[in-house]
Design a protein around this ligand. Structure first.
Ligand code: 3PG
Ligand code: MG
Length: 399
């Protein structure tokens, strides 16, 4: 790889230099209290930040959080993240209440060597996500003014052609941070020559989100296990009735076509947990997939499915998993996701968990991070990497 790394930058010496770090601190927040429910993405960037602080850099961190619409929106403030980051680093994090305005300028100017600042949410500025090159470029100019060098450690955002990801590295000496390097190293094992059998488990709600990765993976994998909300569109494609379950009608034909071309590689649920309503306390039962009542909706895969998926996973030497098997946030519908996660931890395989949601599921279910080979911090990014797409954030580092 023709990418310079954090170690190259450290070797040059960063003491007294301002280093702008793009991180992905887009953590899940509790809807009511706004509290951070999973700080995995903050922890994941600590090695890079710690190394820069230790080397005496003036560290300026920037990130997005959620999807505000190009203007300040208090519910998406990075303020709470600054607090948590400070706790984890064991050092104060100087928080700027804007991204490139007066607060940011004075906060950055006030940094002493080895101190760290966090700018307010990048997406409070329309220039960050703009499709207009000039608008993005103007914002990138303002950001780049805060650094003498740029480190991309925002793996979760490398698939976004955004100012902080794509345009800033064109303006500053740039390197990949430790997290980005590790993620690319691991994912390239999956696209290279994975040890076989290579088994992929996909879940989540929409086939349309996963179509490109299914297409890309089908020729490569030995088995593709499909659960989650999207399994119902596949079941429908097999001619089954799915009641009021999630269904993408315009994808049924596509699913039928995929099943035909899959040569038996795709494994679908044989039983599902159906409920009266999408609610934690809804009455529910396990039924066979050919017996889904017309007025009920499937919210998890059933125990026989878990057993079948587990058997396939127990043979695997390489595993990639993205997307929950059911509505794991509701205990009544968490058994499928838990069962599959446990089967992955038991397999004698190199396992990669892809993505924000799946990673959060693993931790919410109380499973130990260390029982997986690698837990990616990027959902969309890891899928696009496996699709073989060019990732703007990586491409920008290569130039
Ligand atoms: C993610 O959560 O997938 C990343 O932080 C990217 O966020 P986005 O999908 O809003 O661009
Ligand atoms: Mg996403």
């Amino acid at each position: 790889m023709s990418i310079r790394t954090l170690d190259d930058l450290l070797a040059e010496g960063v003491s007294g230099r301002r280093v702008l770090v793009r991180a992905d601190l887009n953590v899940p927040l509790d809807k009511q209290s706004g509290a951070i429910t999973d700080d995995g993405r903050i922890r994941a960037v600590l090695p890079t930040l710690g190394a820069l602080v230790e080397a005496g850099a003036k560290v300026v961190v920037c990130s997005h959080l959620g999807r505000p619409k190009g203007a300040p929106d208090p519910q998406f403030s990075l303020g709470p993240v600054a607090g948590r980051l400070g706790e984890l680093l064991g050092a104060p994090v100087h928080f700027a209440t804007d991204t490139v305005g007066e607060s940011a300028r004075s906060t950055v100017a006030g940094l002493a060597d080895g101190q760290i600042a966090l700018l307010e949410n990048l997406r409070f500025n329309a220039g960050e996500t703009s499709k207009d090159e000039a608008e993005r470029g103007a914002f990138a100019d303002q950001l780049a003014a805060f650094g003498d060098a740029y480190v991309d450690d925002a793996f979760g955002a490398v698939h976004r052609k955004h100012a902080s990801v794509f345009d800033v590295p064109a303006r500053l000496p740039h390197v990949a941070g430790r997290l980005v390097l590790r993620e690319v190293e691991v994912l390239s094992k999956l696209t290279g020559d994975p040890e076989r059998p290579y088994v992929v488990v996909l879940g989540g709600s929409k086939v349309s989100d996963k179509l490109a990765v299914i297409e890309a993976l089908l020729p490569t994998v030995d088995r593709l296990l499909i659960g989650g909300g999207m399994c119902f569109t596949f079941l429908k494609a097999q001619g089954l009735e799915v009641g009021t379950s999630l269904l993408e009608k315009d994808m049924v034909e596509t699913c039928r076509n995929l099943l035909e071309r899959a040569n038996g590689k795709i494994l679908l649920p044989v039983d599902v947990v159906v409920a009266d309503a999408f609610a934690p306390d809804a009455a529910h039962d396990t039924v066979r997939v050919d017996g889904i009542p017309s007025h009920r909706l499937g919210l998890d895969v059933g125990p026989e499915t878990v057993a079948g998926f587990s058997a396939a996973l127990s043979q695997a030497k390489t595993i990639f998993w993205n997307g929950p098997m059911g509505v794991f946030e509701m205990p009544a519908f968490a058994a499928g996701t838990r069962g599959v996660a446990e089967a992955i931890t038991k397999a004698d395989a190199f396992s990669v968990v892809g993505g924000g949601d799946s990673a959060a599921a693993v931790r919410a279910l109380g499973l130990d991070d260390s029982s997986f080979g690698h837990i990616s911090t990027g959902g969309g990014a890891s899928l696009e990497y496996l699709e073989g797409k060019t990732l703007p954030g990586i491409a920008a580092l290569e130039n």
